[in-house]
Design a protein around this ligand. Sequence first.
Ligand SMILES: Nc1nc2c(c(=O)[nH]1)N[C@H]1C(S)=C(S)[C@@H](COP(=O)(O)O)O[C@H]1N2
Ligand SMILES: [Mo]
Length: 327
Amino acid sequence: MGFALVTAIVGVGGCAGKPTDAQLQVWREDAIALNKKMVAANANTIQNESHLVIAGATGTPVELNWQQLQALATKHVRTPDANYVLDPGKVFDFRGVLVSTLLKSGIANTADEVVFVCSDAYVVTVKLADLLAYPIILAIAKNDKPIKRDRGGPIYLVFPYTEYPLLKQKYNESAWGFYVSHVIFGNEPVELRVGKRILNLAALDKLPQVTLSQTVGYRRGWPNGKVKLQGVRVRDVLGAAGVQISEHQEIVVRGKPQIYHDSSNPVRLSAKDVRHCDILLATRWGDDHRLIPTKMGGPVTLAFDPQCTATNHLPWVTFVEEVAVIL
Ligand SMILES: Nc1nc2c(c(=O)[nH]1)N[C@H]1C(S)=C(S)[C@@H](COP(=O)(O)O)O[C@H]1N2
Ligand SMILES: [Mo]
């Protein structure tokens, strides 16, 4: 961008008198400095805006901002980066928040697994016992520098491979979650925002129940092949919350992960599809209708009826928190 500016000035230079080489050099350096400043400012914004939500068996979710994370990030873990393929043996000094310290705020013993949700909706599940036994950290610095997004930052789940080589077998490189945004201890209760109302599981259970048999539309956590899903229709949920929809409106379904909040790419349903298709907010799964656990994207997951070709291509939404009507 800075270079475009320089080129433009040189471009009109023909009429205004040719700049000297020295002048060009000054402009060039200015442009580079400006560029650097902008990159740095952007990096800061990304970091200052990033935060971590701790939820689940803790009760009310707690949100830690970047400053609070900095203060908590006192644990150093020296280990290779499981995803640094250029030099797999190279050891880095990661600094981060010891996940076990996040447990102290009164986590019930009900949780035996902890789910790390990433901003791209990727999910990593770690046994609580392992978090207590090993210094697994949410790293925010690598060799004293913030972690770049293309290296998993700003918050990167790091396992101490060097000190505990057996962790490599239990948690391979796919467990190193990039851009972690939520840590969820055990399972959360259903709390679905619909218009101005909040519906809990009891409210959803009063609505007509629909069952689909589907291959789950996202990567991890579910058995392979077709799975039985049970839940309520988006249209009935809107009705229960007293939300009217008209022809030209769209319905947005938002889940916890940041990608579902991207205003340029939300998961939008047309009023027509909501009326004519069974678009499901699933709360249960399997033959025994178990509640959908956190590690499978629960307690509420958006699912589509395979019979309805209009919605077949749409992405499934995990950790659904809100159904909103937009113009
Ligand atoms: N947030 C997030 N973290 C992630 C992934 C991902 O898709 N999203 N992929 C995992 C997997 S399967 C691997 S092998 C490594 C490297 O993923 P990549 O090859 O997609 O970079 O990151 C892990 N961490
Ligand atoms: Mo992977």
